[in-house]
Design a protein around this ligand. Structure first.
Ligand SMILES: NC(=O)c1ccc[n+]([C@@H]2O[C@H](COP(=O)([O-])OP(=O)(O)OC[C@H]3O[C@@H](n4cnc5c(N)ncnc54)[C@H](OP(=O)(O)O)[C@@H]3O)[C@@H](O)[C@H]2O)c1
Length: 292
């Protein structure tokens, strides 16, 4: 027991990401051996320091994994049409297999409209409406990265999901809603009884208290407290808010005193999200090369 009274087993995302990225690196090497250089293009709009930093990290990681990573940096004054043109060019380029638009983009531009211009097969975030539809129908395609990362995290740490009661707090398009679809699918690492609660369910703790696996997907710091957690449950903290560089998670640290297993405050779901981005990119390259 630590000085904070923590009893829960920790479920770090780092080792999960390492395993996924090792598989990605093998796939990249096989593609290169077959004469295909997988390419993950990145698009940055404007001069936000944090966004520029995230793009640099992803480009460095892309290079380490063996991807080409063509990059376009549009000025903050770029129009919606400028952004669409860049995406249309990448769509038309057979040497580009995946495209990542770093968000947030400047507020006067519409991210969702831009996403709809992107070829769904090159959508490494897995957020294009076509890919959401594929997920709903159980068809192959890029999966939304954070939900896919959470499924991988639970599987890696040997947390059984099939047949168990999963409650997701939050129904947002990035996390709660696609995660509910993913974990309800008929597969050994999913196949759960999934309930989604939100602001429309005033007494949401009634549901979270019975969850064997509780996923916080809200973005309200500290919203999940020990009294919302069933003793011994698995708690996954997906939702976070940033204040400057400070990360404020949905799950209050004291939940570790009640939970049986819990993602750490830092290094939980985040690293798995990034790994899934590269998994989507290499799979897109394999599909384009006719290997999948
Ligand atoms: N860790 C990562 O790598 C990663 C990656 C992506 C996203 N995230 C985080 O995941 C979180 C969710 O993102 P998102 O885009 O899916 O969600 P979102 O669109 O921001 O929606 C948040 C959800 O939380 C619910 N909610 C908000 N306040 C609530 C309250 N007081 N009580 C109950 N429910 C409440 C909302 O309910 P209503 O629908 O009723 O409004 C909504 O369903 C964010 O914090 C985001 O930063 C993390």
């Amino acid at each position: 027991m630590s000085s904070t009274g923590t009893t829960a087993r920790l479920l770090p995302g780092g080792p999960v990401a390492e395993q996924v990225l090792a598989e990605v690196a093998e796939d990249v090497a096989a593609l290169r051996a077959a004469g295909v250089t997988p390419a993950l293009a990145t698009v940055l709009v404007g001069d936000d320091d944090a966004s520029a930093g995230y793009i640099r990290i992803k480009q460095r990681q892309a290079a380490q994994l063996g991807f080409a990573s063509p990059h376009v940096h549009l000025p903050a004054s770029a129009s919606q049409a400028d952004l669409h043109r860049v995406l249309a060019d990448f769509n038309a380029d057979p040497d580009v297999h995946g495209v990542l638009v770093q968000h947030p983009i400047p507020g006067r531009l519409d991210y969702d409209r831009a996403l709809q211009v992107l070829d769904p097969d090159k959508d490494v975030d897995g957020m294009h409406p076509v890919n959401m539809g594929r997920l709903a129908l159980g068809l192959p395609g890029p999966l939304p990265c954070t939900p896919a990362g959470i499924e991988a995290l639970l599987a890696f740490h040997g947390v059984p999901v099939a047949g168990r009661e999963v409650v997701i707090l939050g129904r947002g398009a990035t996390l709660g809603r696609p995660l509910a679809m993913l974990l309800a699918q008929k597969r050994p690492t999913a196949n759960a009884a999934v309930t989604v609660v939100h602001t429309g369910v005033a007494d949401w703790p009634r549901y979270t208290r019975r969850a064997e696996i509780l996923v916080a997907a809200v973005g309200v710091p500290g919203i999940v407290r020990p009294e919302h957690v069933r003793p011994g449950a698995v708690v996954v903290g997906g939702g976070v808010r940033y204040e400057g560089r400070r990360l404020l998670p949905d799950v209050d640290e004291s939940c570790a005193e009640v939970a049986g297993a819990i993602t750490p405050r830092v290094g939980g779901v985040g690293p798995t999200t990034v790994a899934m981005l590269f998994r989507n990119a290499v799979r897109a390259a394999r599909r384009a090369a006719g290997l999948d």
